[in-house]
Write a protein that binds this ligand. Sequence first.
Ligand code: UD1
Length: 365
Amino acid sequence: MRRIITAVGARPNFMKVAPLHRVFKKYPDISHRIIHTGQHYDDNMSKVFFEDLGLPEPDLDLGVGSGSHGEQTGKIMIEFEEVVAAERPDLVIVVGDVNSTVACALVAAKLGIPVAHVEAGLRSFDRSMPEELNRVLTDALSDFLFVTEPSGVTNLLHEGVAKEKIFLVGNVMIDTLIACREKSRSSYILQMLNLQPKSFAVITLHRPLNVDRRESLELILDAVEQISVRCKAVFPVHPRTKKMLKTFKLEERALKIPNSIWLDPLSYFDFLHLLENAALVLTDSGGVQQETTFLGVPCLTLREQTEHQVTLEEGTNELVGLDEEKIIQKSFEVLGGKGKAGRVPALWDGKAAERIVDILIKHLH
Ligand code: UD1
């Protein structure tokens, strides 16, 4: 019996782990356990995703919660070390680029347990982003680096990672999207919000660079206000963004934007249905850039760079940074039917998890 622990912590991790868990279940000689660090703890940021994605309750929840980066990362390491030291699994899998990812990878590597990183090699080359530091460090600690797109392979080779450790396997987040697409189409979210398909914009926002600074947040609200003259703007609000709107006393200003709909974080099915039917998406999320590329929905990314290079090269994604004029001009172009067309990148075919598990099983036996 081979024992594998997958560590998850924050919302986007859950979508990446679900297809892996499904494939592992087919192997009776593999015990696959999911350990939740508790980085995200609100039901609508965590529990609802386990339910929607058919994931079992985590085998353990470390209950770490929020905190400064050092505090959160440190607490995860203390708690996760106890588990790994006691259980001595054959492999620890970490996904994505959140604080839980780097914390758990570091614990496992120091205990001499092999580490697999799913979604390795992506680089924004902006080290002011906490996720970029998490990515670089996690990759340096990992034995198996599973990559979603060609730029990831190039980046890892430049950093001196041995090519035997690098596997271009595709995108587990897209595995989940494909698996859930039919089901998401029975969501009632459009009716509930009284939205016609392709008549509205979806906005998601949570990067510290955009929401932790008053001037950035105000600039984005100004842009949304102008866009909302042309179409409804639907805004599921991340807890960090909600907190910052409150801190900067911008809540009322936001709620006053005509034609805008402000929501709590949505379930996976509702959000996917909303994305698929949007005329335009404005986001600073990494996951949403990939999902819109797969769905062929025009996406404007409110960042200066992206680690998901393929979404620019082949997909529907365009960078607009925090340039208000550009955000508005590009949005109007998209709404006028001049959005960027794209194609689905290679290996984004719903089978990435199968490829990953195949490779791991060959190496673990
Ligand atoms: C984290 C990840 C980010 C990822 C995002 C997805 C890091 C460094 N960042 O950012 O890469 O894109 O998750 O959502 O790991 N909060 C709640 N309830 C929750 C979780 C958070 O209220 O369930 C609030 C807390 O006040 C917390 C704040 O949101 O301080 C931020 O949470 P945190 O986990 O630190 O980072 P995110 O901004 O969510």
